[in-house]
Design a protein around this ligand. Structure first.
Ligand code: PLP
Length: 946
């Protein structure tokens, strides 16, 4: 590969490609220890895991015990066919995960009683924040006030506050039990059930808000909605929450899929990804991402939200949980949790303890004046974590994992002896308490039946059906579910089948040894609000990772709280804004962003209350320095920040980045270096050392957390010393995620990666990634122009192939090439980002030469096909490119195309008797516009497939 590039060693390439002005003179001396073997790393992780103490989670606060069915854990969470997939932007080779996500949307829509739900948000708190801004966009009220039910999860209120301030939204947290506070409002958030556990009828409040011209969102517990009248039926405009308790491990806070569902008329306002039904070139139903024109990668600063990476893998887990249990199974699980809570409440009352609420779902609030600590400690000593609300009050949440023994232990912790009179058995309501299949946790149902009434409000019992679609009834055996999951995965092309050369996305290996620990119970089953001593191992892992990442990036400190790159950007910009404010320069609100920036940059700047000013691109692809100086001069006094991606989104190391940073600093601005492309820098250069004040990193790119089909992600924000006080959740700036440490459940992956590589391995990986990109550029250059290169002719870790002239000459588009690659059994590169009409290729260090050559050879083969179109041999409207991808079925139809079917299906030829790598796409080219015009975003009736 080096010979093809024209250099003799990796070091020579490093000197040639990476500008001296940014390169670290010595190797990064890191606190990161030298590389360890897989066996050693596993042993170290085992030791960290052993320092965690897993207790029975009865804390509640939006995170409850759940059982991940082993069939789902093994076939989804631990299955590379699911976890290594990318966001389904190439829908023809993503039908499996799109179907799983449509099932997720249907689950949420059915349970909330609202017609449209998105394909996941980052957590409950950010979902509530997205709902707040959605209601503001969608509503007509001019008021800046958003009223929040005081009985809402405290972390949700905190994130709402963080998000409200820069947008000028006035957050009013009010006790709404007696009605709405006086005054105008544009929106209202209610909690159903409340954070305290209480279930009250929200109808009057919803009506009152509507009467004042406001819209209403309801934060709801999805499992409770199997028993309670759903928000949609009560008149709510939107519903938000988490799907964690649908089989997703606690993971000390995440990752979990948040949800947001809305009335049909607000569908076009939904943030994030939305799966919709459309049709393919043969008229067959096919799935795709709908309404993308409202997203950040298209609309930039006018987008509905900055969310990009979401929580797809966890949404798939939640959908599978609903499919596996079906509506009756979910209802049983809900009833069981409810019965546990009802029995606990009765037992506490019988023991003389005050139970605050008469009506609740799964959470009991108990008052023990002055004794809360004592009771919580006693419960903890018995291996149970309960919520200490204040010195007098406790919360105890029941769930799928609660057993009678746990209830006994809680009762004992309250000091109620077993000799206390048993609860009154009169008025027992066991109707509907079907126990079949429910004794997974050793439940002694007889003890529960011993005599307690339900505690759900009679008027709020759900009467409508849900999950009636056949998918929720057909896969109720492990055999069937396993085969459904395999069938879906077989429709998709993930890293387990092909390289995924997506520029800017860094689709690198997610090594098995890195993945293994995430499902170890010591990491997976920790509650985010467990006492810190119980999480000693995870907290040490977090501290290691923060320290290592800070050193590798040249910054003073790192926060792992943001749940995606976009959230890291938002947190970083909030830090900059708070810093200016702390110096009496709150008026510095202009954010300069190069035209080539990722769409999240502009969207995040707007969320942080900044004004976006675009800086032009020079013909070289670099930031146009003249325009930059002009824009700085024009906005000198208001300059808040510059956001610059390094290496640039054009895949180039810009030699003059220091000059850019200096100019911004001289004008009083701060420099935000978007570090999503760190795979080209680790071990070679540090953004904090060449001029950055703050960066975010994408652990789901450079640091091996798998993309999961579009999430989870972790987007740490790294800051220089002067910005440390402004990291999220440390006082000056509020939290940006629900859980204090974001998504610790997947952090063992990045920890293991860094530990396996050591400083030398990281540097070598970076140089290998740069080598691979330059090899692709060198081999493809004569077939497709490489758009940009650095001063010495080299690219960084990715390269842009310019198809625009070819499209102009022949009519063959980037789309045609991308879809034709599927016929070759390959995933397409990034299409039309950052330059329309181009393909951006990022091979990463993980691909071996044979696979890179397979890709390059396919691209050359496609070029020859384009030449035949150019030569007039095939019309532009009917050739193997425009016809791509070809399904097996389409080749068996009557064939009346000017190119042979063999070429269509087997572009590289067939070797009889050889088991080839052919992957048959399940659908043909999908008509996107049709799907947007005829929006169908939940599982269609089976007749649609007739
Ligand atoms: C991926 C990416 C982002 C956004 O990251 P998410 O985790 O998807 O929010 C931002 N900037 C650049 C350059 C990226 O490549």
């Amino acid at each position: 590969m080096l010979a093809t590039i024209g250099v003799t060693s990796l070091d020579e390439l490093a000197s040639a490609a990476v500008p001296d002005s940014i390169r670290d003179s010595e190797p990064v001396t890191s606190t990161l220890p030298p590389a360890a073997s897989e066996t050693e790393v596993t042993a170290e992780l085992r030791a960290l895991a052993a320092r965690n103490t897993v207790t029975v989670p009865m804390i509640g606060l939006g995170y409850v015990g759940t059982i991940t069915p082993p069939v789902i854990r093994r076939h989804v969470l631990e299955n590379p066919a699911w976890y290594t997939a990318y966001t389904p932007y190439q829908p023809e080779i993503s039908q499996g995960r799109l179907e799983a996500l449509l099932t997720f949307q249907t689950t949420v829509a059915d349970l909330t009683g609202l017609p449209v739900a998105g394909a996941s948000l980052l957590d409950e708190a950010t979902a509530a924040a997205e709902a707040m801004t959605l209601l503001r966009r969608a509503g007509k009220a001019a008021s800046p006030r958003f009223v929040v039910d005081a009985d809402t999860l405290p972390q949700t209120i905190e994130v709402l506050r963080t998000r409200a301030i820069p947008l000028g939204i006035e957050l009013v947290v009010a006790d709404v039990s007696g009605g709405l506070p006086e005054g105008d409002l544009f929106g209202l958030l209610l909690s159903y059930p409340g954070a305290s556990g209480a279930v009250t009828d929200p109808t009057a409040l919803i009506d009152a808000a509507h009467e004042r011209g406001a819209l209403v969102a309801v934060a709801a517990d999805l499992l409770a909605l199997t028993l309670l009248t759903p928000p949609g039926e009560l008149g709510a405009d939107a519903a938000v929450g988490t799907t964690q308790r649908f089989g997703v491990p606690l993971g000390f806070g995440g990752p979990h899929a948040g949800f947001l569902a809305v009335q049909q008329k607000h569908a076009r306002q939904l943030p994030g990804r939305l799966v919709g039904l459309s049709r393919d070139a043969d008229g067959n139903p096919a799935l795709r991402l709908a309404l993308q024109t409202r997203e950040q990668h298209i609309r930039r600063e006018k987008a509905t939200s900055n969310i990009c990476t979401a929580q797809v893998l966890l949404a798939v887990v939640a959908a599978c949980y609903a499919v596996y249990h079906g509506p009756d199974g979910l209802r049983r699980i809900a009833q069981r949790a409810h019965r546990m809570a009802a029995v606990l409440a009765a037992a506490l009352r019988a023991g003389g303890v005050e139970v605050v609420h008469d009506e609740f779902f799964d959470t009991v609030r108990a008052r023990v004046p002055g004794r809360a600590d004592e009771v919580a400690d006693a419960a903890h000593a018995a291996g149970i974590a309960v919520r200490r609300v204040d010195a007098d009050t406790l919360g105890i949440a029941c769930s799928e994992v609660t057993t009678v023994a746990h209830l006994e232990a809680v009762r004992a912790a309250f000091g109620i002896g077993a000799d206390t009179a048993a609860p009154d058995t009169a008025g027992l309501d066991t109707a509907g308490l079907d126990t079949a299949g429910l004794d997974t946790a050793g439940l002694d149902i007889a003890a529960l039946d011993a005599g307690t009434a339900d505690a759900l409000p009679e008027g709020l019992r759900r009467s409508s059906e849900y999950l009636t679609h056949p998918v929720f009834h057909e896969h109720r055996s492990e055999t069937s579910l396993m085969r459904w999951l395999r069938r879906l995965a077989d429709a998709d092309m993930a890293l387990d089948r092909t390289m995924i050369p997506l520029g800017s996305c860094t689709m690198k290996l997610n090594a098995a040894v890195e993945m293994e620990p995430i499902t170890w119970p010591e990491f997976a089953d920790l509650h985010p609000f467990a006492p810190p001593a119980d999480a000693a191992g995870t907290l040490e892992l977090i501290a290691d990772l923060e320290r290592w990442l800070a050193e590798l990036t040249g910054y003073a400190a790192v926060s792992l709280q943001p749940n995606a790159g976009s959230q890291g950007e938002f947190a970083g910009l909030l830090a900059i804004a708070a810093y200016h404010r702390s110096r009496g320069e709150a008026h510095r609100d202009v954010c300069l962003i190069p035209a080539s920036a990722h769409g999240t940059n502009a969207a995040s700047a707007v969320m942080a209350g900044m004004r976006v000013v675009v800086v032009a691109t020079a013909p070289t692809g670099d930031v146009d320095l003249d325009d930059l100086h002009d824009k700085i001069a024009e906005h000198r006094d208001a300059l808040g920040a510059l956001m610059i991606t390094y290496p640039s989104t054009h895949g180039v190391f810009e030699a003059r980045v220091r000059e850019v940073c200096d100019a911004v600093h001289q004008a009083g601005g701060q420099v935000y270096v978007d570090g999503a492309n760190l795979n080209a820098l680790v071990g070679l250069a540090r953004p904090g050392a060449f001029g950055g004040d703050v960066s975010h990193l994408n652990l789901h790119k450079t640091f091996c957390i798998p993309h999961g089909g579009g999430g989870p992600g972790v987007g740490p924000v790294a800051v220089a010393e002067h910005l440390v006080p402004f990291l999220p959740g440390r006082g000056e700036v509020g939290a940006v995620s629900a859980a204090p440490h974001g998504s610790p459940g997947v952090l063992p992956i990045s920890w293991a990666y860094l530990r396996l590589m050591g400083p030398d391995g990281l540097r070598r990986a970076t140089l290998t990634a740069i080598t691979a990109a330059n090899y692709v550029a060198a081999r493809l250059r004569e077939h497709y122009p490489v758009l940009y290169a650095g001063a010495d002719g080299h690219v960084a870790h990715e390269c842009i192939l310019d198809l625009r002239a070819m499209t102009k000459d022949t009519g063959v588009t980037v789309d045609d090439v991308a879809k034709r690659l599927a016929d070759y059994g390959l995933h397409a590169p990034t299409m039309s980002f950052p330059v329309a009409g181009t393909l951006m290729v990022e091979p990463t260090e993980s691909e071996d030469l044979a696979e890179i050559d397979r890709f390059v050879d396919a691209m050359i083969g496609i070029r020859r096909e384009i030449d035949r179109v150019a030569a007039g041999e095939w019309p532009v409207t009917d050739n193997p490119l425009r016809g791509a991808p070809h399904t097996a079925a389409s080749l068996m139809d009557k064939w009346d195309h000017p190119y042979p079917r063999e070429l269509a299906g087997y572009p590289t030829g067939v070797t009889p008797g050889v088991h080839d790598r052919k992957v048959w796409p399940p659908v043909r080219r999908i008509d996107g516009a049709h799907g947007d015009r005829n929006l169908v975003c939940s599982c269609p009736p089976v007749e649609a497939f007739a």
